[in-house]
Design a protein around this ligand. Structure first.
Ligand code: GLC
Length: 664
């Protein structure tokens, strides 16, 4: 084993250049393993030689001064090699196929759904028989909400993991998960699961050892004997769950230490300043990759790096850490794409795609959380100005990366767009946000929504919003009042919201239940492990009697399901919807109408959405500003052809109606 090169002295630029010392190190590590560098493993070897200098550079940014930094770098290289060795031949072939396709995840052919296995169909064993349901809807990508072991009652919906490699018995076994994955592969479906990177359950074996006084594992967490440092941290750190888990530290009586717990008190933050934590978690990431995961959802990446005196969110070294993960995955398991679940300010979200030399080389996906929240904003106000004011920021997304677009997910809706965007639209940020929160919590007069405020911070009055897509769009209230026109209107809103997010670019991710119009589920209030967290109101328990009504024409379920199905089918049929950074916003000829153009070569699709409660008139001038004017527009949604008229003539959109107009 040659001596490790001196710790990095160069600049970022040198990190992507060939480095003979690193090459020697790789060769020495590979000699111990059964790798055919000149033959079948040559591609891997090439990736390794090409990327390890960058890996070394990034690693040193994090661990240069750590006493175990050097020896653990060798362990890191071994971990990468072992992950590759454990990858099956079929997985390696798939890696190569995906590489040939290029950025396979930009395709308009992918449509996803996120679901809790137990609430959807009981357990993993029952999932394969549900694949036909997804196929019918057009969904070919599943995000299984966390299925690894997590203590009931202190689970945070599975985001408090006590064993990263054991499926929780509530869901089944690892064999069931593998079987499902294989069945999905046969059906050409993609799989996403989470790596809960930021924290573990306090019942994870590392935490148990730390509680018992094991110094090695105490270094896996942030633990302090007194309030000195916790107070300093707390002074600058916001609170995530101020109602149920105020503060960022929890006293543990067993080891008599304050433990950092940014989320719930039972979720212990991992200490990534310790390279052993990084290497162990990277190994878990590879374990998931080798289960056949296509997209790995990195939970809460904004929080992984902490520095006293800062908010401990979105720190530069959090990005370094993600880049390091990306480079390692790129070498060993390149077919697995990464989704960074950063639900932060618009400018900050963008950085998770990478910046500078690492542009497009950090996370492949991020959630378009800004856009999701803006859609709710427009639906409440009927005014597109705030949404438009945010677009220059959202359009910064680099080529080769993409969004997960969505209207609802398992989490709350945070109105995280910037104050200046609201001001730009002519509103006062405080009053505007208050109106949106009142509207969706059903407090505002005339609001059709039934939702609730989530995590109200008594100090700042900040709050987010809980509630299902259907309830926030007015279906629950309309059903309670047995009001048929209101039911119809709420369904139009549901489909408007879905359409707007399906066509804007990125992979649409449905939340289970929304395809059938599930309203809020209040059963969580009876469960002490859930009742403190009102996000459970929009995480329904599926009744298959209800879902089976998708086949009974005229039912709410059938109307919403078939509308959603049609939207997905249209997406797949229209290649300009693939995410090639080919989105242009239309000039706002009508403040109630959001309009964007998707293009591919000469093909054009104008998507226009009326968020207003009145009929909207959109000047035909809107369709004449981007290249040669069309004579005809074919509306794929309403199956209707329009002749493009004079500028003083109008396309007419009914309240909450929309058109998907292809230029002919
Ligand atoms: C992510 C999850 C959320 C969870 C949090 C803590 O934001 O989406 O549900 O509470 O991480 O793990």
């Amino acid at each position: 084993m040659p001596g490790l090169p001196l710790f990095w002295r160069g600049n970022e630029g040198e990190a992507i250049m060939y480095n003979p010392q690193i090459h020697k190190l790789i060769n020495a590590c590979l000699q111990k393993k059964d790798i055919d560098i000149a033959g079948k493993d040559n591609l891997f070897y090439t990736r390794m030689v090409a990327n390890t200098t960058a890996i070394y550079y990034l690693y040193n940014q994090l661990y240069q001064h750590h006493p175990h930094g050097k020896p653990l770098f060798i362990v890191l290289i071994d971990t990468i090699i072992d992950a590759y060795i454990k990858r099956t031949t079929a997985q390696k072939e798939l890696d190569n196929d995906k590489e040939i396709q290029g950025n396979w995840f930009l395709s308009n052919d992918i449509a996803g759904m996120s679901l809790y296995v137990d609430r959807f169909c009981g357990d993993l064993k029952s999932m394969p028989e549900k694949l036909a349901y997804f196929k019918k809807l057009g969904v070919n990508f599943l995000h299984l909400m966390p299925v690894m072991q997590s203590p009931e009652g202190e689970s945070d919906g599975g985001y408090a993991v006590s064993d990263f490699r054991k499926v929780d018995e509530r869901f089944g076994t690892m064999a069931d998960l593998k079987k499902l994955q294989q069945q999905m592969k046969k059906e050409k479906m993609y799989l996403m699961i989470d790596i809960v990177l930021n924290h573990t359950s306090h019942y994870h074996e590392w935490a148990k050892k730390a509680k018992a006084g094991d110094k090695k594992y105490q270094d896996y967490f942030y633990m302090f004997p007194d309030r000195n440092l916790p107070d300093q941290y707390d002074a600058a750190m916001p609170e995530i769950f101020p109602e149920s888990s105020p503060g960022n530290f929890t006293w543990n009586e067993e080891c008599r230490q304050w433990v950092m717990t940014v989320f719930h008190s039972y979720q212990w933050d991992l200490n990534y300043t310790n390279p052993a934590v990084f290497v162990d978690m990277l190994d878990n990431i590879f374990f998931y990759a080798n289960l056949g995961v296509d997209i790995l959802r990195i939970d809460a990446p904004a929080f992984v790096w902490k520095q006293v005196g800062t908010t401990c969110q979105n720190l530069p070294l959090a990005h370094t850490l993600l880049r390091l993960i990306k480079q390692c995955v790129q070498v060993a398991t390149p077919g697995m794409a990464l989704l960074g679940e950063a639900i932060v300010a618009p400018k900050e979200i963008m950085k998770y795609f990478g910046t500078g030399l690492y542009t497009s080389r950090e996370c492949d996906f991020a959630y378009n959380a800004t856009h999701m929240a803006l859609q709710w904003d427009v639906l409440a106000t009927g005014d597109t100005k705030v949404m438009l004011a945010a677009q220059h920021e959202i359009l910064q997304k680099p080529f080769g990366t993409t969004w997960i677009t969505y209207t609802r997910c398992h989490d709350d809706i945070g109105l995280g767009y910037d104050d200046y965007m609201i001001q730009h639209a002519g509103y006062n940020p405080y009053h505007h946000r208050k109106f949106i929160k009142d509207y969706y919590s059903g407090v505002a007069e005339g609001s059709p929504a039934i939702g609730a405020l989530f995590s109200v911070n008594p100090k700042t009055q900040d709050a987010r919003i809980s509630g299902s897509l259907a309830s926030l769009c007015g279906l629950e209230k309309a059903l309670n009042e047995n009001n048929t026109p209101a039911i119809e209107l709420s369904i139009k809103k549901i489909l408007l919201m879905q359409a707007h997010s399906f066509f804007i670019g990125g992979v649409p991710m449905l939340f289970y239940g929304d395809e059938c119009g599930y309203t809020n589920d209040y059963s969580y209030l009876q469960d002490p492990g859930k009742s403190y967290d009102n996000r459970w109101m929009h995480r329904p328990i599926i009744s298959w009697d209800k879902n089976n009504r998708i086949d009974e024409a005229g039912t709410i379920e059938a109307t919403i399901f078939s509308g959603t199905q049609k939207l997905i089918a249209l997406r797949k049929q229209l290649p300009m919807v693939a995410d090639h950074k080919n989105l242009t916003w239309l000039s706002p000829f009508n403040v109630h109408v959001a309009g964007y153009l998707r293009t591919l070569d000469d093909a054009k699709l104008y998507c226009v959405f009326n968020f207003g409660k009145e009929t909207a008139y959109l000047s035909y001038a809107a369709f004449k500003q981007h290249g040669p004017t069309a004579h005809e527009l074919y509306d794929h949604w309403n199956d209707k052809t329009y002749t493009v008229g004079f500028d003083n003539e109008h396309l007419i959109l009914e309240p909450y109606g929309f058109c998907l107009l292809e230029q002919r």
